[in-house]
Design a protein around this ligand. Structure first.
Ligand SMILES: Nc1ncnc2c1ncn2[C@@H]1O[C@H](COP(=O)(O)OP(=O)(O)OP(=O)(O)O)[C@@H](O)[C@H]1O
Ligand SMILES: [Mg+2]
Length: 445
């Protein structure tokens, strides 16, 4: 078994010796220090798992040293020891990051039990950190600008809470990435993260998508379907492009958040759900509220905490590190030797406006790796690729949206055996609209 390393910091040599003897006998690896400075040096050099720290030391007071240790080595566990055990000292120790508190005179059994308990928690914490690191792979947020630092700081603070979060930012600034990070930082990390793109779902479909339906709820509902809220139970639901959500669905979403209950369409029961709601949009919700396209009460409910992602052109210092990062990943993914971008080309990238933000930069780096044979990437290569990218971006999005709608209509028609009236009912539109859409998409039996 892996031996835990315990460091005893106490100015009484006798106590150090006694504790060392007891802990060695229990199979722990132990070391001692008679003052704070010596102790801190040992923590820096050795991989210490647990520290028994006396509150009164000759060179520094224990609480100050405790804070210093936790600031520099947040993983290590600390148990405070004191002869003057008062409630205040115990509370202060725990507040400053100590795991537990032992009073002198030390009693062997109590010492051993306390250490065992603290180490158990220590193992759990280590495992959880490892697991989180694993989950975060591929979701790292790169950048060193003030804007990104602020975002990272907010994620650290807000992530572990249960609060609703509204993420704002232009397209491609990393809203989804931030939502995933919030989920991974929370206790919900092991449960599902469900993303719903409200803009890609036609209005008539969104409610059944979010809340599910019972068999027979409408023509074509051949079996029960679970909604995304239900699937996200104990986890997080990420409502992307919330500004595009139809008003009728908004009312239901508001109720789901407030009551923590949902009902499947055509069902009679309401189901308790435990879901954290994270939303994102690149639209101005205040403007939509004025236009009566977005409910003000829903806005207040989702806007408990807000994270705003600055556009890439406003954080030029991130452009180069992001480009290097994406280029390295793309080269590795494509098994090609590492390419490098010239200084001049970097200057150009830094001064470009990036309307598609980080996503545009990422795509550009992928294209460089796939389309350019040379290893030295110059300004001319980049200019050529950027031009092409801009032209194809918008049309791709429109195509995807239309394709979705087309497939949705065909499936409704198939379900109703091409009965126009029934299909229109499934889709929640009238017959003439369905005819028009079929004509536009060239749908024929
Ligand atoms: N700071 C960052 N570090 C690393 N990768 C990033 C960063 N920001 C964004 N990305 C990457 O850029 C791409 C776009 O990010 P994401 O999908 O989160 O943007 P978005 O704001 O949700 O965009 P949209 O509004 O178009 O949906 C993703 O591949 C994401 O991983
Ligand atoms: Mg997105």
């Amino acid at each position: 078994m892996n031996k835990f390393k315990i460091l005893i910091i106490d100015d009484e040599a006798k106590i150090c010796e006694l504790l060392k003897e007891i802990l060695d006998a229990e199979g722990y690896e132990t070391d001692t220090a008679l003052n704070g400075a010596d102790g801190f040096e040992k923590i820096k050099k050795d991989n210490i798992d647990l520290i028994l720290l006396d509150i009164k030391l000759p060179d520094i007071d224990g609480i100050t040293l405790l804070k210093k240790i936790k600031k520099n080595f947040s993983d290590v566990s600390v148990i405070m020891i004191s002869a003057f055990g008062t409630v205040q000292l115990a509370v202060e120790s725990l507040k400053s990051g100590a795991e537990d508190f032992l009073e002198k005179p030390l009693e062997t059994t109590r010492v051993l039990i306390t250490i065992k308990n603290v180490l158990e928690k220590y193992i759990l914490r280590k495992e959880r950190n490892l697991y989180k690191k694993e989950l975060l792979k591929g979701y790292e947020i790169i950048g060193r600008s003030e804007g990104i630092k602020k975002v990272l700081d907010l994620i650290k603070k807000i992530g572990p809470t249960n609060s609703e979060v509204l993420i704002l930012g232009e397209t491609g600034t990393g809203k989804e990435l931030v939502a995933r990070n919030l989920h991974i930082m929370s206790e919900r990390a092991g449960a599902p993260f469900i993303k719903v793109n409200c803009a890609a779902l036609p209005g008539e479909l969104i409610e059944s998508e979010l809340f599910g339906y019972e068999k027979g709820a409408f023509t074509g509902a051949f079996r029960r379907k679970l909604g995304q809220f239900e699937l996200a139970h104990r986890g997080t639901i990420f409502l992307d492009e919330i500004g595009d959500m139809p008003l009728s669905a908004q009312a239901k979403v508001l109720r789901a958040i407030e009551d923590k209950e949902i009902g499947r369409l055509g069902g009679t029961r309401s189901l308790k759900i435990d879901v954290r709601v994270i939303t994102a949009t690149n639209q101005d919700l205040n403007h939509l509220i004025k236009e009566k396209k977005f409910r003000e009460d829903l806005f207040h409910r989702i806007n408990v905490l807000k994270i705003e992602l600055p556009p890439l052109r406003q954080r030029k210092e991130d452009i180069r590190i992001l480009a290097e990062y994406f280029l390295r990943v793309a080269c590795m993914d494509n098994n090609c030797p590492l390419k490098h971008i010239t200084k001049k080309a970097y200057k150009f990238l830094e001064n470009y406006s990036w309307p598609g933000n980080v996503r545009e930069l990422k795509h550009l780096m992928n294209k460089i790796v796939i389309l350019i044979d040379e290893n030295r990437i110059d300004i001319t290569h980049i200019k050529k690729l950027i031009k092409k990218e801009r032209a194809s971006d918008m049309s791709q999005f429109k195509e995807a949206k239309q394709d979705f709608e087309r497939r949705h209509i065909i499936s409704a028609l198939e379900k109703s055996e091409w009965h126009i009236g029934k299909a229109a009912k499934i889709l929640g539109i009238d017959r003439s609209t369905l005819f028009r859409k079929m004509k536009r998409f060239g749908i024929k039996r």
